[in-house]
Each structure stands twice: as structure tokens, then as C-alpha cells.
Design a protein around this ligand. Sequence first.
Ligand SMILES: CC(C)(COP(=O)(O)OP(=O)(O)OC[C@H]1O[C@@H](n2cnc3c(N)ncnc32)[C@H](O)[C@@H]1OP(=O)(O)O)[C@@H](O)C(=O)NCCC(=O)NCCS
Length: 236
Amino acid sequence: MLAKLVPGSVAAAESTSDPAEAALHPAEQDLVRNAVTKRRQEFTTVRWCARRAMEQLGLEPGPVLPGHRGVPQWAPGVVGSMTHCAGYRAAALARTEDLAALGIDAEPNAPLPEGVLESISLPQELGWVRSLGRSHPGISWDRLLFSIKEAVYKTWFPLMRHELDFQDALVTVDPAAGAFRATLLSTGASPAPGAPRHFAGRWASEHGVLVSATWVPARVPAQRSAPRTVLAGSAV
Ligand SMILES: CC(C)(COP(=O)(O)OP(=O)(O)OC[C@H]1O[C@@H](n2cnc3c(N)ncnc32)[C@H](O)[C@@H]1OP(=O)(O)O)[C@@H](O)C(=O)NCCC(=O)NCCS
């Protein structure tokens, strides 16, 4: 499912199980030595996915160690992202000549716990989450909103090293095209000049899992913004 969501320059690998062949790199073993089984499994399988993606890019498969604030550390010249949830693990990698940053996120296609939607959404987002819930009931739109914001964060943070609150990004979705757009409204203290403000991306739902992916092209002309898309009944 992930390969359909990302540009052709991205190497994507995913798994819906924890196969026996998925093994930790020796340099990763200490990181989960005392972890519970669930954490060991997701940590191991997602890194096995990452190594498959490295091979697709023509790289020597190596360890993936967490760096500052949990950001995965990739080889020089590589950007990427990893995600895991019940029944799904995935990694996506690209060369920096193609993309400046990349974020993926997977969530179960099930409603958020009570009260969470209100804490992660803006009023405009509450509107489309509720109306799409009536017109397209097969998708947990509240959970998709959460997933998109997590994917945006995973793209933003490794690039800018600057926090982003859930209320800092306004998300709209195109339910028919499986596309979304996130616009940063405020980022607290000013980030560096040239920080991305618009994030275009794609999402899909398969086998009970929602997956979101977004990316920043390697070179964005200064005044160019992402294409306008008609989203959930309104132009954004
Ligand atoms: C870090 C965070 C994004 C992880 O997302 P999640 O849905 O909980 O978990 P996922 O399984 O999808 O992703 C986990 C992976 O994300 C990656 N990750 C962790 N911290 C990261 C960070 N700061 N930046 C980028 N990627 C990160 C890691 O690869 C991690 O896997 P690992 O622990 O096996 O190494 C989330 O816990 C978080 O802190 N969110 C709050 C900030 C936020 O999302 N704001 C929204 C702004 S619009």
C-alpha cells in the first residue's frame, strides 16, 4: 500500500506480520534488550523493512539507531521515516537529491479515544471530520487526521529540529483522490528561513490500517506552493 502513496524515487517496504527472518542488527540489540515483546517486535520488523528499503536504494543495509528526540539516523545522503501499529510496519527512504524530508504514519482504522479529536484538531478540521463521517462512514476520519499530523511532524522535525503542535497544522483531505494537504499556521518561535509551509501527501486505507505519507521535495522554488486541491467540499 505504501509504494502507491509515495513518489517513484522513494524506496518503500512494509510488513503485516513479524516474520522470523526479521532480525536486529547487532548495533540495535541493546536498545530493546529489556523491552516488552510488542516493542521488540515492532522495533525489529520496522528496521528489517528499513534495510529492505536501503537495498532498494542500492545502499548497504545498516543499523537504524534513534537520535535526538527519537529521530531515526540514516546514512549521509538519505532521508526516511518509519511507522508501526498493530498489524502493520513500514519504512520509506529516499536520497537527499530527490527529497529533503519524508514522513509516514500508520494507524488502525478505528475511532480515536474519547476526547482526543478535540485536542488535536482545529475547528475547520472538526467540520470535515464530522461531515465525511456521515458521507463516507468506512473511514475513521478522526484517526486519519491524527495520522496525517503525525506524518507531517515526522517530516518537519528531522528537517527543522523544532517542535510542532497539533494546532500548528491545518489539514484538509480529498476523500476521492486519497490526497491531503497540510498548511502550517504557526510554528511558535520562527524557524529558519525557507522552512516548508505546505505539505502535500497521500493516504490510503487497507486491511483495517490507515497510512499517510508526505514529503518535501529536494528543491522547492521560493514562491511556489503545493497545487491547490478541492478538499472535503472546500478549496484550501
Ligand atoms: C514521534 C511520534 C511522531 C511517533 O509517532 P507514533 O504514531 O507514536 O508512532 P509510529 O509507530 O508511527 O512511529 C514511530 C517511529 O517514528 C520515528 N520517530 C520517533 N521520533 C521521531 C521524531 N521526533 N521525528 C521523526 N520521526 C520520529 C521512529 O522511527 C519511531 O520508530 P522507533 O521508535 O521504532 O525508532 C509521536 O509519538 C509524537 O511525538 N507526536 C507528537 C508530535 C506531533 O505529532 N505533532 C503533530 C504536529 S502537526
